[in-house]
Design a protein around this ligand. Structure first.
Ligand SMILES: *Cc1c(COP(=O)(O)O)cnc(C)c1O
Length: 382
């Protein structure tokens, strides 16, 4: 989008000319708590006064509290903090493979991981190697191998793909970058049963869906108690700093022995203080509940526009994908028109537009946005 942003507060951002926009993308869910959240700013400043980034060779008074909170909040046994989402997924891959060798007894170098088609898990060479998106991988090979791809939302395909050398099934519970794709109901429950039957780890990437985005703290809560491994990121950084984590069952995390994995910045006191506060805000302000209620409200309002421009409206919580009829206008041009009306959105995969504002958005702010969206729909479908 041709817009140069210079300032932000809450759900609003301003460009260099002072034009105001409603941020309907919120940095792909990283800014769930809103821009410049006062609580995040205050813990950041406070922690900066106390201690910044010591060596990871030493303990700090912040990390234990953060890790403990992550575990109680998610129901997972152990947590390992990293920085970007990509690193959390890389950590999950390492853990799954080593668990495959050390615990499951897969012959060394033979472990395989099943993944979903149209996945998005980051952009490292290993991760983009098992992407099905040519743009993400062209010219970056050769790729490692060790991954088997099945259609998203197809439990039978998972069971067919599993062999004695499969250590894990890694998937988003609902696909974000693919265009907000929800699996059929009952899929995740069935997937968990299949994984348990074959002693395969179920690892969910909730970097985008987690922390309230889909109307629950975690998308997995719509169907299961908890997975065997979980990656978090984006909103965990309170919109200001990269904070991610890999969480797992104890026997999975325990495959890491000293020296086997690490990160210079991972879990530093600033990151820990921010992550802790991001979780506290999520709970105190019931962001998951807001996401559920206001997401349903926004979806209803979008449906009530009853425009032939929208071919499909789907989503969970404040995470809504709208397919635009490409015979009328491209999703990208549609987003351009929204920008001119003060709404920042972005298309994904030619026909889908995402509506994913900060979870702190109010009903009044949605009510402000709707007439703008309606005006654009009217103008372009005329
Ligand atoms: C954004 C995202 C990632 C990658 O996170 P980065 O912080 O950009 O490395 C991984 N998985 C999912 C599902 C994501 O949405």
């Amino acid at each position: 989008m041709p817009v140069v942003l210079a300032r932000g507060a809450g759900v609003w951002v301003w460009d260099v000319d002072g034009n105001k926009y409603l941020d309907f993308l919120s940095a792909y869910s990283a800014v769930s708590a809103g821009h410049g959240n006062p609580r995040i700013k205050s813990v950041l400043a406070e922690q900066l006064e106390r201690l910044d980034v010591p060596s990871r060779a030493f303990y700090t008074d912040r990390l234990g509290t953060f890790v403990e909170k992550l575990c109680t909040f998610s129901g997972m046994d152990k947590a390992l903090p990293m920085n970007t989402g990509t690193e959390a997924v890389e950590t999950a891959i390492k853990a799954a493979r080593r668990w495959g060798y050390d615990v499951k007894g897969i012959p060394d170098g033979k472990a395989r991981i099943v993944v979903s088609e149209h996945n998005f898990h980051g952009r490292s060479t290993t991760i983009c190697g098992f992407s099905s998106e040519p743009a993400y991988k062209r010219g970056f090979g050769p790729f490692d191998g060790g991954f088997d791809t099945i259609p998203f939302g197809d439990a039978a395909a998972l069971e067919n793909a599993i062999t004695p050398q499969t250590c894990a099934f890694l998937t988003e519970p609902m696909q974000g970058e693919a265009g907000i794709i929800l699996p059929p109901q009952g899929w995740l429950k069935a997937v968990q049963t299949i994984c348990r039957k074959h002693n395969v780890l179920l690892i969910l990437d909730e970097i985008q869906t987690g922390l309230g985005r889909t109307g629950k703290n975690f998308a997995f809560e719509h169907e299961i108690d908890h997975p065997d491994g979980l990656t978090l990121g984006k909103a965990l950084g309170g919109g200001v700093y990269p904070v991610s984590a890999f969480l797992a069952r104890a026997d999975v995390m325990d495959v890491f022995d000293p020296g086997s994995h690490g990160s210079t910045f991972g879990g530093n006191p600033l990151a820990a203080a921010i992550g802790l506060e991001a979780l506290a805000i999520l709970e105190d302000e019931d962001l998951a509940g807001r996401s559920q209620d206001l997401g349903a409200y926004l979806k209803d309002r979008l449906m009530a526009l009853n425009t032939r421009l929208f071919r499909d409206i789907r989503g969970a919580g404040l995470w809504i994908g709208v397919d635009i009829d490409p015979d009328i206008i491209s999703a990208r041009s549609f987003c351009g028109h929204l920008k001119d009306k003060g709404i920042l959105c972005k298309e994904t995969h030619e026909i889908t537009v995402r509506f994913a504002p900060p979870l702190t958005i109010t009903r009044a702010e949605i009510d402000w946005a709707m007439p703008q969206i309606e005006t654009v729909c009217r103008a372009v479908s005329r």
